[in-house]
Design a protein around this ligand. Structure first.
Ligand code: URA
Ligand code: CA
Length: 435
């Protein structure tokens, strides 16, 4: 007979739990026979004592098995999913989907809305008139087989153990534990049916992990779990000391994705998409090397087939694909304002999460579950870290449906800093971790 108190003690003393013990804990917690207070003590013990590689893999699989799992086995090919640990104005998903699908890598994406500076991928795509993700599972599978790309709204009861555990960690100061974060993220990817996983671990002021050391530790933990449970996994550690690309806002980011698929996007967003995309194509076994994968991706941008894939994807799910050639058909803000530099200098800092909050104040994101998103509004950065600016030049264009944006401007001035001396642009890709 297992007793939770003994297992808490075992972890408290730094011993390794067995697969069955971890299953017992997760099953008991999910069904309600083990109370919150014991799990609180358990997660705190993990916070201090950590978990071995084997424990992390066991915990992840126990959480995967706590609920429904998406079965993508009727989709031909290796399903590679991409996950980002969250950033500001991160348009990579919108770019990468059509980009790798153009090379026949199947993209079977389940996506949500969620809280944040801007909407989730589904909200962004709703800037395209008619586009919808309420499709049946069979249709979803058929679309992926036919077009190599489809997005479906979240359904089913995926990883209920993680939902319960995450909420508990939130109020017991145990969110910041690498094994718990890593197993939480990986359980969701695995339950969603990914065969292989490319992780984009953000680092810097605007990221969940603020330092490169913490980001590397999280990346290694997730890569370790993935590979231990039979899903090839790798991670890129990328910069989030400033927002990625220029646009932060829903329709604005769709336009930015279109520009990027045309080969006319921001340099950093383009480079990150080519890097992540190369790993996706390689893991999907569509290329023999990363270099070959990259060339193939550059080619589908140049010859227009990535952009064509976006059109097919949008129209197959009811969307008006003519927005690709004419993005002004998407929701447009009533007013635009320029944030003018108050002095000459070089941009030295763009505090990503605060700038994201400015976009949210305009209505681009949800502060609470009930908030309604304004798809038209947001920010477009005109300068990034390292750029020279002259007094009076625009730092940011503000797209608003409010006439008074003084509080937004104030927030932006506080969080976009200028220096009188030259500043280097930050490194975009810090590391690539494959084991
Ligand atoms: N994101 C998750 O999904 N889980 C965590 O534990 C932390 C961040
Ligand atoms: Ca962006």
């Amino acid at each position: 007979m297992m007793r939770m108190v003994d297992l808490i003690e075992k972890k408290r003393d730094g011993l390794e739990l067995t697969t069955d013990e971890i299953k017992y804990i997760i099953n008991g917690y999910t069904e309600g026979s083990i109370p919150d207070y014991q799990i609180s003590a358990f997660t705190m013990a993990i916070f201090f004592k950590g978990m071995t590689e084997k424990e992390r893999a066991d915990l992840t699989l126990a959480m995967v098995e706590s609920g429904d799992q998406i079965n993508l086995s009727d989709i031909e090919g290796i399903k590679v999913d991409k996950h980002s640990t969250g950033g500001v104005g991160d348009t990579t998903t919108l770019v990468l989907g059509p980009l790798v699908a153009a090379l026949d890598v199947p993209v079977a994406k389940m996506s949500g809305r969620g809280l944040g500076h801007t909407g989730g991928t589904i909200d962004k795509l709703e800037a395209v008139k008619g586009f919808h993700v309420e499709i049946e599972n069979d249709e979803f599978i058929d679309l992926v087989n036919k077009n190599k790309i489809a997005v479906i709204g979240q359904s089913g009861n995926l990883t209920p153990a993680d939902k319960k555990l995450y909420a508990l960690r939130d109020v017991t100061a145990t969110v910041d534990s690498i094994p718990l974060i890593a197993s939480s993220i990986m359980s969701k990817k695995i339950a969603a049916g990914a065969d292989a996983i490319v992780l984009d671990v953000k680092t810097g002021a605007g990221a969940f992990m603020k330092t490169i050391d913490d980001s590397r530790e999280l990346a290694k933990a997730m890569v370790g779990i993935g590979n231990n449970v039979g899903r090839r996994t790798m991670a890129v550690i990328s910069d989030m000391s400033q927002p990625l690309g220029f646009a932060i806002g829903n329709a604005l980011e769709v336009k930015e994705a279109i520009d990027t698929l045309k080969g006319e996007g921001p340099e950093d967003l383009t480079e990150l998409c080519l890097t992540l995309g190369s790993h996706m194509v390689y893991l999907a076994e569509k290329a023999d090397s990363l270099a070959e994968a990259r060339t193939m991706l550059e080619n589908v941008i140049k010859d227009g087939s990535a952009l064509e894939k976006l059109k097919v994807f949008l129209s197959s799910q009811g969307g008006d694909a003519s927005i690709v050639d004419d993005p002004s058909k998407m929701p447009q803000a009533q007013y635009t304002f320029e944030l003018e530099a108050k002095e000459d200098g070089y941009v030295s800092e763009i505090v990503a999460d605060e700038v994201g909050t400015a976009a949210m104040i305009l209505g681009a994101g949800r502060a609470t579950k009930e908030s309604i998103i304004d798809l038209a509004v947001g920010l477009v950065l005109r300068k990034k870290i390292g750029d020279q600016v002259a007094k009076g030049e625009s730092l940011v264009t503000i797209y608003s449906n409010f006439e008074d944006v003084s509080s937004v401007k104030e927030k932006l001035y506080e969080n976009i800093k200028l220096s009188s001396t030259k500043v280097d642009a930050p490194i975009l890709i810090h590391e690539e971790i494959t084991e």
